[in-house]
Design a protein around this ligand. Structure first.
Ligand code: EPU
Length: 339
């Protein structure tokens, strides 16, 4: 039975520890409760807002309508043969617990995505990625409930229109579906991606040429903890901005002025520039403005030093964007969902 509360503070449900109130709030633990919420929202003419792990969101105002905290859990092996396995996780499952589940069963693919905060249901919305791997590389399909009718629809990878930190659920189908379960297709033999940054180098330092899964996981953990703040100690929402994608022409011009400009190929005509580098060059790395700063070890992450409100975050974000625009002529785009 769905239990709906009124005027609930949302800050504790976010890793930023910032948030106003929800007009109405309920925890959902099953498909039936989602269907109940859909019926309630229709009857009361109130929109539904879905909250997963709260790890990629900045809540700036009171949320009108019914906020659903997704706690639908469960992981299942759907199919397994010599070559691959299909594993389905319900959307309220913790992402890293899901990665652990696959690793423990010697299934390969998700190692580099270990320790990303948030839920399984949020993963396809922004096509989570780290260290050269994105969810889309191992995504099989997802099941979602239409927020108007409650009917289930299956989305294959091409229906999701995945891009860099992007999918159809951020655009045309924004707030139209409740993602209920996600299935990935994993390899039964090692399929490591070790070429990003210092992964291979760190393994070689330990004399490991042919790593086991546990070596890769441990290395990812070491790299992440050395650079990324633990939200339990220093509240944050991961990368605050996306890396910038600029045209080749603009890139060539910038390179004349900044020969050391780090860059990665993006698409045929575009080059990706790490936003962390741009922010650092603009003088904001570790710079504290009131209760917030861009993190001293990774300038892409905006951290809350305690008692910050959304207005402080937005003010720093505006300053950073203006400084990067002034220095490089590049517009940074928020990666965090701002509502
Ligand atoms: N850099 C700096 N200064 C900084 C930070 C970065 O100069 O303060 C430069 C360095 O040149 C470095 C490059 O940026 O080589 C890339 O940095 P890093 O490998 O730390 O990754 P990122 O591009 O800053 C992205 C993701 C992260 C993900 C890492 C690793 C985005 C928006 N962010 O960051 O994802 O963990 O790659 O794959 O694409 C997240 O989405 O919340 C997140 C943490």
């Amino acid at each position: 039975m769905l239990k709906i509360q009124e005027n609930v503070a949302l800050a504790p449900y976010t890793t930023f520890k910032i948030g106003s109130q929800a007009e109405f709030f309920a925890v959902v633990k099953s498909r039936e409760e989602v269907l109940e919420a859909i019926a309630w929202s229709k009857l009361n003419k109130k929109p539904l807002v879905i909250l997963g792990g709260g790890s990629n969101i900045l809540i700036t105002k009171k949320i009108r309508g019914l906020v659903l905290k997704n706690e639908i859990r469960g992981i299942e092996v759907i199919e397994k043969n010599e070559d691959y396995a299909l594993i389905e996780a319900k959307s309220g499952e913790n992402w890293s617990r899901f990665v652990n589940f696959t690793v423990e069963r010697d299934l390969y693919g998700l190692e580099n995505l270990f320790l990303i905060y948030g839920t399984v249901g949020a993963a396809p919305i922004q096509n989570i990625g780290a260290y050269g791997v994105e969810l889309k590389d191992y995504f099989y399909h997802l099941r979602a409930l239409d927020l108007k009718t409650g009917h289930e629809k299956i989305f294959a990878a091409r229906d999701c229109e995945f891009g860099y930190r992007d999918s159809v659920f951020k655009h045309r189908l924004k707030n139209k579906y409740f993602i209920y379960a996600v299935t990935v297709k994993l390899k039964t033999t090692p399929d490591f991606k070790l070429d990003y940054g210092s992964i291979r180098e760190k393994l070689l330092e330990q004399g490991i040429k042919e790593p086991y899964c546990r070596d890769v996981i441990r290395t990812i953990q070491e790299i992440r903890t050395s650079k990324l703040p633990n939200p339990a100690l220093l509240p944050n929402a991961g990368s605050f901005f996306k890396n910038a994608e600029i045209s080749r022409v603009k890139f060539k011009n910038l390179l004349k002025k900044y020969p050391q400009l780090p860059n990665f190929p993006a698409t045929k005509n575009k080059v990706k520039i790490p936003a962390g580098w741009l922010i650092e060059q603009a003088g904001f790395k570790g710079k504290k403005i009131g209760p917030v700063s861009m993190y001293a070890k990774q300038a892409l992450i905006l951290v809350n030093h305690g008692a910050a409100e959304a207005k402080h975050v937005l003010a720093l974000s505006r300053k950073v964007k203006a400084a990067v625009k002034r220095k490089f002529g590049i517009d940074l785009e928020e990666e965090v969902r701002i509502i």
